[in-house]
Design a protein around this ligand. Structure first.
Ligand code: PTJ
Length: 277
């Protein structure tokens, strides 16, 4: 394609040697998801907020997030009715990976949207079915019921899914739904790059990590933990400290200058090299 006919959503703009090519490609996945009717406009902004926190994490999964994933998976395997709540960003970024996790932990996928529209529900359902899901909850109106304590669209839940769940995995979530789910005696596992968000604070378990990295990792953990007995799983859950997990993520973010310090010299050398060209 001629450079002049490219649109600003075209991946051809990203050269392989761009130092941030991976992050830019992920952005394009989201833009594509928006163009295909999966992602809300505000979902694009929400992703940018996540990117900023991920930058401070060094764009890698920190040890304490791995511990939180292990405790979360152990708790999920101890529960009877786990459900994974899926919004537009999740469907656009990790469709196959979320289906794999759903199979590994035997938890149905349920579409739950803040900016709910019939078109987006159906587009997300289609994307998940296309990625291999056998069933997608949250779209069939005959099973729709309401979660009390929330006034926005996220209150709508499926009577076969979140309504009867004992544990719900949420991502890019609202604090008030997390609080409402906890208030109805459900465990909430939240994946949130912002350790200061109300969802991160209100979750029973919080994984401060990019869902792009954590969803496949959680599947691997589940495949390993499925062999463990109840008492082993309980022991893993008992090691989880919510406060420590949040504090550790903030500590890593606060120390992020140490990660970039070695890059400083490289950047200065690159400027010098360009000057001499
Ligand atoms: O339900 P939808 O699809 O209609 O869309 C709802 C959005 C995503 C627009 C809505 O939930 C929203 O505005 O989200 P917030 O309030 O911006 O919260 C998003 C949170 O998720 C922020 O704390 C971000 O840091 C975090 N976040 C963003 N991207 C990621 C992420 N956390 C983990 N992995 C990510 N990739």
């Amino acid at each position: 394609m001629n450079a002049l006919t490219k649109t600003d959503t075209n991946e051809d703009f990203i050269p392989d040697d761009h130092p941030r090519s991976e992050s830019l490609r992920i952005r394009h996945k989201l833009v594509e998801g928006f163009e295909n009717g999966l992602v809300a406009k505000a979902g694009l902004i929400a992703h940018g907020r996540g990117e900023a926190f991920d930058y401070l994490l060094g764009e890698k999964t920190i040890e304490s997030a791995k511990k939180a994933m292990e405790a979360s998976i152990a708790q999920i395997l101890l529960c009877k009715h786990p459900v994974i709540s899926v919004n537009g960003n999740v469907a656009a970024l990790v469709p196959e990976e979320i289906v794999e996790l759903s199979e590994a932990i035997s938890a149905p996928l349920e579409v739950n949207l803040f900016y709910r529209s019939r078109e987006r529900e159906i587009a997300i359902e289609k994307a998940l079915l296309g990625a291999g899901a056998k069933q997608v909850l949250g779209v069939d109106l005959s099973h729709r019921t309401s979660l009390s304590g929330i006034s926005h669209q996220r209150r709508y839940v499926d009577d076969r899914g979140i309504a009867r769940a004992d544990i719900v995995l949420v991502m890019l979530e609202d604090g008030d739904r997390t609080i409402a789910l906890r208030a109805s005696n459900k465990f909430v596992v939240s994946i949130d790059l912002n350790p200061l968000s109300r969802t991160a604070l209100a979750g029973s378990f919080t994984i401060v990590d990019n869902l792009i990295r954590s969803i496949p990792l959680m599947t691997k953990i589940a495949e390993k933990f499925i062999e463990k007995d109840t008492s082993e799983l309980r022991q893993i859950v008992a090691t989880y400290s919510h406060q420590q997990i949040l504090e550790d993520a903030l500590r890593v973010m606060g120390n992020s200058y140490q990660q970039v310090a070695p890059m400083l010299e490289t950047v200065i050398q690159a400027i010098e090299a360009k000057r001499q060209d």
